[in-house]
Design a protein around this ligand. Structure first.
Ligand code: ADP
Ligand code: MG
Length: 290
């Protein structure tokens, strides 16, 4: 199984509540290649979990285009989405225990997830062959818990519980692994072992990984980060360095510190200096130099 790519084009998501709508995503343009590891950053409420849930097929786009591998999410019915989740996408929700059966052993947690994946795949309408699933012991080995197959969950460290949650997400050997805040609530040691397990899985299996995080240390260890601001891609990072991104509609989101000095409504003169250099000069409202 190779990594599954994800592509968003003008992706919009609106939560429809009685009386008022909440625009969670207002036009996300983002491509994730198969086999990539991408961290999603951004302030609380910026739309990270919404984006992850759309990738997982747990929500449907209100507008725009979203493809996950060969699936066009907006065109799929509930049954097809469930089959996609079972076969191709591993989702690890925020908070390790939300993904685990507290009274079952690590081994049984993986077995249970595999049973669910098989049942859903069998019920799928397009009858794609059900893949042979990996041995549960092998899955535990991937997250470094081979020695703890039958250790009660109460005997595991928080980092080990989180790694088990990742293992449960991998039980169906998905091509896309989605992690919501996988290292929050962990100490540095736990955080590093979870992150290392995820990076090893990506390297060894080629699984595409999208992980929400607000930990700058985690972000610095990821090859690529995407910062969501106000429901759009606000910036991209490469190995810790931040860049502004030009959207498909030609718009540019300025970094917050620049925006403080150049408030909305400011006029900027855009000059191309060289092939790889563009200048923005602030001018007064009448077009004179500011
Ligand atoms: P993040 O994960 O970046 O904190 P979310 O995707 O959870 O952001 O939320 C984005 C916006 O959508 C927020 O304004 C939030 O209040 C709103 N939101 C999230 N989930 C729901 C929901 N189930 N119903 C209504 N509004 C929601
Ligand atoms: Mg969230």
């Amino acid at each position: 199984m190779t990594g599954i790519p994800v592509a968003c084009n003008g992706l919009v998501h609106i939560y429809r509540l009685e009386g008022n709508d909440v625009v969670a995503l207002s036009g996300v343009d983002l491509d994730v290649s198969g086999g990539e590891v991408v961290g999603l950053l951004g302030p609380s409420g910026s739309g990270k979990s919404t984006l992850l849930n759309l990738f997982a097929g747990l929500l449907r786009p209100s507008a725009g285009r979203l493809t996950v591998g060969r699936y066009e999410i907006a065109r799929m019915d509930e049954k097809e989405l469930a089959a996609m989740r079972a076969r191709d996408v591993g989702v690890v929700l925020q908070g390790a225990m939300r993904n685990l059966l507290p009274y079952a052993s690590p081994l049984d947690n993986v077995r249970f997830a595999q049973r669910g994946a098989r049942r859903l795949a069998r019920g799928s309408a397009d009858k794609v062959a059900i893949r042979a699933l990996p041995e549960p012991h092998e899955v535990l080995g991937l997250v470094g818990l081979a020695e703890h197959a039958t250790t009660p969950l109460t005997g595991l460290t928080p980092g080990q519980c989180q790694r088990l949650a990742v293992g449960v997400g991998l039980a169906g050997r998905p091509g896309l692994l989605l992690l919501d805040e996988p290292t929050s609530q962990l100490d540095h040691e736990g955080r590093d072992e979870v992150l290392q397990a995820v990076l090893d899985i990506n390297r060894d299996l080629g699984t595409t990984v999208v992980a929400v995080t607000h930990d700058p240390d985690v972000a610095a260890m990821l090859p690529r980060t995407v910062t969501i601001r106000d429901g759009r891609v606000g910036a991209e990072g490469r190995r810790g360095e931040e860049f502004a991104v030009v959207s498909r509609d030609g718009s540019l989101t300025l970094p917050p510190d620049v925006l403080e000095r150049v408030p909305p409504g400011s006029l900027l003169k855009v000059t191309i200096i060289e092939d790889d250099a563009v200048r923005l000069d602030r001018t007064g409202n009448d077009g004179s130099a500011a």
